[in-house]
Design a protein around this ligand. Structure first.
Ligand SMILES: [Zn+2]
Length: 272
């Protein structure tokens, strides 16, 4: 059964956009679903997702240049279904920026992706951040970053605290910022909410675990920021069905659900 059928029979035209997804098998987690593009497209058809924005695990974990080429290939194979997210690695910055330029020389890329926590660099590296954001602004691309407020001694350092994005959000009002996972903690969520309340170019997604889930979405609606929530599955870390349930089964109006599943992403992508 598709999302459209679950929401109501008069919604066959609802375009559902998964704005935060990956591809190919990662090293960190067990991912029982099919992580390759053909399997992902088949799952999108089953669930009712029209388009998907992808940063391959190869790009966010390992080899940015190869990963960016992988998503370009997938987008060429499924041009109406796949939107590329070009990944940048601050530890290999010049090569990353060259790769970014060749990605956006094609028409298949819509966003620029950072994963500071997997790659162990900080978004406080201001020169690199600003070079990426200058490029995003020039190409009318949205910016998406993993965010994480947590410190776990011996395991997690701070690389992507949501507070650290504020200067960039303020200085680049024409770039839409998607702060993925609402920073993965209650305190991180509160910071993300504050940023969404203060800045029109801040969006938050439904990917991740506890702190970007149904209650967060409902809290954003209570605070008048339901129009900044965009749907993401984080496939293959999560499966598409449970990701959809966060919105479909939430205490939300049908209009709010429809916006979160597609309309808000279309606005973030500057399509409407
Ligand atoms: Zn992700």
């Amino acid at each position: 059964m598709t999302i459209q059928e679950l929401l109501g029979k008069d919604l066959p035209e609802l375009e559902v956009i998964d704005i935060h997804a990956h591809m190919n098998r990662p090293a960190q987690f067990m991912c029982p679903g099919d992580p390759d593009i053909d399997g992902m497209i088949a799952e999108m058809d089953r669930v009712g997702i029209s388009r998907i924005a992808i940063a391959p695990n190869m790009a966010i974990n390992c080899d940015v240049v190869l990963g960016n080429k992988m998503v370009l290939e997938a987008a060429r194979q499924y041009p109406s279904r796949v939107m590329g997210l070009a990944t940048v690695n601050f530890n290999d910055f010049e090569e990353s920026m060259e790769s970014l330029k060749s990605c956006f020389a094609t028409s298949h890329f819509k966003g620029i992706k950072l994963h500071p926590d997997f790659m162990h660099y900080s978004v406080r590296e201001s020169d690199k951040m600003r070079a990426v954001l200058d490029f995003a602004q020039e190409k009318n691309a949205f910016f998406i970053s993993h965010t994480d407020e947590r410190v776990i001694p011996g395991h997690l350092n701070l690389y992507s605290h949501p507070d650290w994005f504020e200067e960039y959000i303020r200085d680049y009002p024409q770039v839409n910022f998607l702060l993925a996972h609402c920073a993965l903690s209650a305190e991180g969520y509160r910071t993300c909410l504050r940023l969404a309340l203060e800045y029109d170019n801040v969006y938050l997604d439904t990917t991740g675990f506890r702190f970007s889930s149904t209650w967060t979405v409902q809290d954003l609606v209570r605070n008048g920021k339901g129009d900044r929530v965009v749907f993401g599955t984080d496939i293959p870390f999560n499966d598409m069905g449970s990701a959809g349930g966060r919105i479909i089964l939430g205490h939300l109006s049908l209009a709010e659900k429809i916006k979160m599943l597609g309309g808000n992403a279309q606005r973030m992508l500057r399509e409407i």
